[in-house]
Every structure is written in structure tokens, then in C-alpha cells.
Write a protein that binds this ligand. Structure first.
Ligand SMILES: Cc1cc2nc3c(=O)[nH]c(=O)nc-3n(C[C@H](O)[C@H](O)[C@H](O)COP(=O)(O)OP(=O)(O)OC[C@H]3O[C@@H](n4cnc5c(N)ncnc54)[C@H](O)[C@@H]3O)c2cc1C
Length: 485
């Protein structure tokens, strides 16, 4: 398939030179996001450099019924930015200016292509930072963070993206500019900004984000604790939280992932531990010392076999470096890995971990486990080799079983990576027909033509029915338009 000459010319007229790609070799880098197992080639990729160009592109797509897939930095892990063969990819990567830093009101106004880490770097001189810190923060864009409602190590205490933004400027599928949220902390009416956060590019294009900034805590220290078995580490997590302590971060890695990370960045992790916990306390020095004392006592009560405390900022950063590099580190263990993302109630951690081990043995595929343990957010990394016939399918089936297990124990099929094209079938497991119908109604209210990121995040009821997960009455679909893709 290719773009008609008329559409090609119209796009070229909107864009500055060097901002339109349709040659197959140059389209290759855009054929997938971080979920490399799912690929597709778009008709073209457009890289506007300002909001007016984005608006003109959206208007054209609306007039010509041309589907589009928004894209930030392409680090998403659920195929959200996976292109469609009948549509274009709209990259926001070149809108990367920090427009304003308001120290008095503790906010920054930024364009969607600004990297997450670049915000904290820009406001550091004012003693401020932006709290949500996905491990991909060096590369991922704030627009992508909003679209995925991204989390990270520090979200346990400081909240997800949705809790750390104040205002969004968006372009609707009908090419209208809309401001959601306000400069005040609360605004009347439906909370459309919250609805938009995590909507995975299905409802509109984010062209500006006002983020909330926080004062950098005066002190922060990390405890690294080793355990002889994973279940004990899981119990220690539950004990810390139920003692009323809210660490700035509470992360867990099993032996396979900690070994990989240690080999990669030499963070100083104990290689003989079955699992490690990283627990960060922040606040005034006195608060931190008190918290550390309580945490150490709890860790010892729950059988930790070793512990170490960061004694300098450099050591704190070093201890986190291993956790933050865990995914690429595990990538060195196997030709391919499949990163899952599910959430469970914290008290189910030990049970889920032992079920994971059983599943791993029955599928014959190894798993490395990395968790935002404090949030109950699991990231099992399934190791496989795509060159071995059938292994990818097996890894996907294993991943699906993990997500079903998360739902079975009262959790959810995603913690922070979104649904995208990856977990669309699991949505049929998580939700009832009535809930999905409401999701489609919201999608249709914003995007009646179904042009923005179609086929992602919300399964059609037919799809669920075909999977045997849902019954569709009389073959009727609430929004037949959305069946097109
Ligand atoms: C090594 C690694 C570690 C990671 N760690 C974490 C982690 O700790 N926590 C976490 O939450 N995620 C993590 N991720 C996943 C990923 O980085 C996040 O989902 C991130 O928010 C994606 O941002 P992006 O700019 O790359 O978006 P993309 O991948 O380009 O897009 C993601 C989704 O957002 C939509 N989108 C992008 N920009 C816009 C826009 N301006 N307007 C409307 N829709 C838009 C796309 O259509 C797509 O659906 C990790 C990924 C990797 C590779």
C-alpha cells in the first residue's frame, strides 16, 4: 500500500524539508516500538516541528479519513506506537522545547517530545525535580509518559504521571485545540485530563504538558537487602508497607536479574542472594535515619541475609543504576526477552512468585523477575529465542498466562506499560462487555471516525467473543465503525 500522490503532496506542503519519510529503508526504524516482536510498516512517517504543523496534519487526516498513530520516543513496551499499514505515524519527537519553568508555582510547561529526564535536569539548578521516573527516562518523552500514565521507582510515594501533571494542551481528532486541567489545583466538570492520561494515543495528540515539580528532598538513602529466598523478600515488602512506612522506592530483583545487572553495571549487588530489595527513604536527615532504623529492623525480622546502606549520593546512584539497567542487562542473557507488566495486590506476591516458577518450568522458558515491589507491579522478563521455531508463540502464551494469573489474584493486566496491541486480548479477561462498551463510547465521543491509533488498547466485543471470553448479543456492535481496523 502507498499514499496517494495527492495526500503525499498535501503532507509535504505542511511540513518543513526533511520531515516526511516514505522510503522503505528510512521507515524501518519506525516499524515497532520497544515491543520488537510486533512490527508493521506505515504508509509514511511525519515529523512536524511545531504545534501548527501537527494541527494541519490532524486536519488533513480528519478530512481524508487517514488513520494515524502518534509516536513519542518509541520506547513503549506494549506496541502502542506500532504502525498501521493503512495509516501514517505522527512523530512528536521534534517538539522538544521546555517552554517555561515557573519556580514560584512549581511547574514547568514543556512540549511533548521533551525527554523525561531532561525536565529534572533543567530544573535541578532551582532545587527541583519531576518525580515520575520510568527506567527509560533517559529516552522516553513526556508525551509518551502522559499517553501511558507511566510510573517508575519513585511513584510508590509520589504517584504516577497522572498525579504529577496539571494541564495538557491537546489536538482532538477533529483538529480542535483543547486545554485540559488548569493552573488551579482543581477544576470543575469531568476530569478529562485524568481520562486522557493513559489513553494511549486513542483520544487526541498531546502538544503541551504542564508538569508539577517537587523540591529535591534534602536527604535520601537506599538500603540494599539480600534474601535467601524470594518469598521472604516478598514478605518483607508487605511488612514495610503495613508498618505505615512509605519508601520513596521499594524494588525487588530475583537472582537472575540481579546477576545480569551486576555483570552489566557493577552496582555492588550480592550475587549469592536469591533476591534483593532496594528500599529508598527520603526527607529530612532525621526522618531518613528514623525510617532506615525501622526498615532495617523489619528486614532482619523477615530473614534478610545481608544488607548495605548508601553512604553518599554517588553510592545511592550506583545502587539504583543496577535496577534502572535491569532490562538491557537481562537482554544480554538471551537473544530475546518478552517484558510483561502486571499488577497484583502486594499480599499475593509470594504466591504469584511460586506460581511463576512452576509456569516457567512447564513452558521450559526461563524468567528474570524485576518488580516495583512496593506497588505490586511485576515485570517478569521471559527469555526466549525468536530464531527457534515456536518459541515466540510459547513466550507470548506464557506471558498471557501470567497476566491471567494477575487478574485471578485480584490484580490487573498492566501496571504502567499500557495495553497497546500487546495486551488487547487480555482486556477481554479483565473487563466485562458492559465496561468495554463504555470504553468504546468514550473513544467514539472523541474520535467518531476511529482514526487515532485504531485497533489498540480496547478490543472489539467481537474479538472477545471469538476468544470465547465474552458473549455478544445478536452480533450487534455498539460502534461498528471501530471494527474497520
Ligand atoms: C528499558 C525500558 C524501561 C522501561 N521502564 C519503564 C518504567 O519503569 N515505567 C514505565 O511506566 N514505563 C517504562 N518503560 C516503557 C516506556 O518507556 C513508557 O511507556 C514511556 O512512557 C513511553 O514513552 P515514549 O515517548 O517512548 O512513547 P512511545 O513508545 O512513542 O508511545 C507510547 C504510546 O503513547 C502514544 N503517544 C506518544 N506520544 C504521544 C503524544 N504526544 N500524544 C498522544 N499520544 C502519544 C503512542 O501512540 C503510544 O500509544 C520502559 C521501556 C523500556 C524500553
Amino acid at each position: 500500500m502507498s499514499l496517494s500522490q495527492e495526500l503525499r503532496n498535501a503532507l509535504l506542503n505542511i511540513l518543513p524539508e526533511g520531515s516526511f519519510i516514505d522510503s522503505p529503508e528510512l521507515l524501518r526504524p519506525y516499524e515497532c516500538d520497544g515491543l520488537t516482536a510486533k512490527r508493521g510498516m506505515p504508509l509514511a512517517v511525519v515529523l512536524p516541528t511545531d504545534e501548527a504543523q501537527v494541527l494541519a496534519i490532524v486536519r488533513l487526516c480528519h478530512e481524508q479519513d487517514l488513520p494515524l498513530v502518534p509516536r513519542g520516543a518509541g520506547t513503549g513496551l506494549s506496541g502502542g506506537a506500532q504502525p498501521l499499514s493503512q495509516g501514517i505515524v505522527l512523530s512528536l519527537a521534534r517538539l522538544k522545547t521546555i517552554l517555561d519553568i515557573d519556580v514560584e508555582n512549581l511547574t514547568a510547561r514543556v512540549q511533548p517530545g521533551v525527554r523525561n529526564l531532561a525536565i529534572s535536569e533543567a530544573v535541578r539548578k532551582h532545587g527541583l525535580y519531576y518525580a515520575p521516573d520510568p527506567s527509560s527516562q533517559i529516552a522516553c518523552s513526556i508525551g509518551g509518559n502522559v499517553a501511558e500514565n507511566s510510573g517508575g521507582v519513585h511513584c510508590l510515594k509520589y504517584g504516577l504521571t497522572v498525579h504529577n501533571i496539571q494541564k495538557l494542551r491537546i489536538i482532538t481528532p477533529q483538529a480542535e485545540l483543547l486545554t485540559l486541567g488548569s493552573d488551579a489545583l482543581d477544576s470543575p466538570g469531568y476530569d478529562l485530563m485524568a481520562l486522557f492520561t493513559g489513553s494511549e494515543g486513542l483520544l487526541g495528540i498531546i502538544t503541551e504538558v504542564t508538569v508539577k515539580l517537587l523540591p529535591t528532598p534534602p536527604s535520601a538513602r537506599v538500603v540494599l537487602a539480600g534474601f535467601d529466598n524470594v518469598e521472604q523478600a516478598g514478605e518483607a515488602v508487605a511488612a514495610i508497607i503495613s508498618a505505615g512506612i512509605i519508601p520513596a522506592g521499594l524494588e525487588m530483583m530475583d537472582n537472575r536479574s540481579l546477576r545480569a545487572a551486576e555483570d552489566f553495571v557493577h552496582a555492588g549487588y550480592p550475587l549469592d542472594a536469591a533476591a534483593i530489595l532496594l528500599c529508598e527513604l527520603d526527607g529530612t536527615p532525621a526522618e531518613v535515619e528514623e525510617g532506615i532504623e525501622q526498615v532495617l529492623a523489619l528486614l532482619q525480622q523477615h530473614g534478610c541475609s545481608s544488607h548495605r546502606l548508601s553512604n553518599s549520593e554517588a553510592e545511592r546512584q550506583q545502587l539504583w543504576a543496577g535496577r534502572k539497567a535491569a532490562f538491557p542487562a537481562v537482554g544480554r542473557l538471551s537473544p530475546d526477552y518478552y517484558c510483561m507488566d502486571g499488577t497484583i495486590p502486594r499480599h499475593q506476591l509470594s504466591l504469584v512468585l511460586s506460581r511463576l516458577e512452576q509456569m516457567s518450568a512447564s513452558y521450559g522458558l526461563a524468567v528474570a523477575n524485576v518488580f516495583h515491589a512496593g506497588d505490586g507491579n511485576l515485570h517478569p522478563l521471559i527469555l526466549y529465542d525468536a530464531n527457534k521455531p515456536g518459541e515466540l508463540v510459547k513466550a507470548e502464551k506464557f506471558g498471557g498466562d501470567i497476566l491471567s494469573l494477575c487478574v485471578e489474584v485480584g490484580g490487573s493486566i498492566t501496571g504502567e506499560h499500557g495495553v497497546g496491541s500487546e495486551k488487547i486480548d487480555q482486556m477481554c479477561v479483565q473487563f466485562q462487555a458492559l465496561e468495554l462498551t463504555q470504553f468504546h463510547a468514550i473513544k467514539a465521543a472523541f474520535d467518531p471516525k476511529g482514526l487515532f491509533n485504531p485497533g489498540k488498547a480496547i478490543p472489539t466485543l467481537h474479538r472477545c467473543a471469538e476468544l470465547g471470553a465474552m458473549h455478544v448479543h445478536n452480533g450487534e456492535l455498539p460502534f461498528p465503525n471501530l471494527e474497520r481496523f
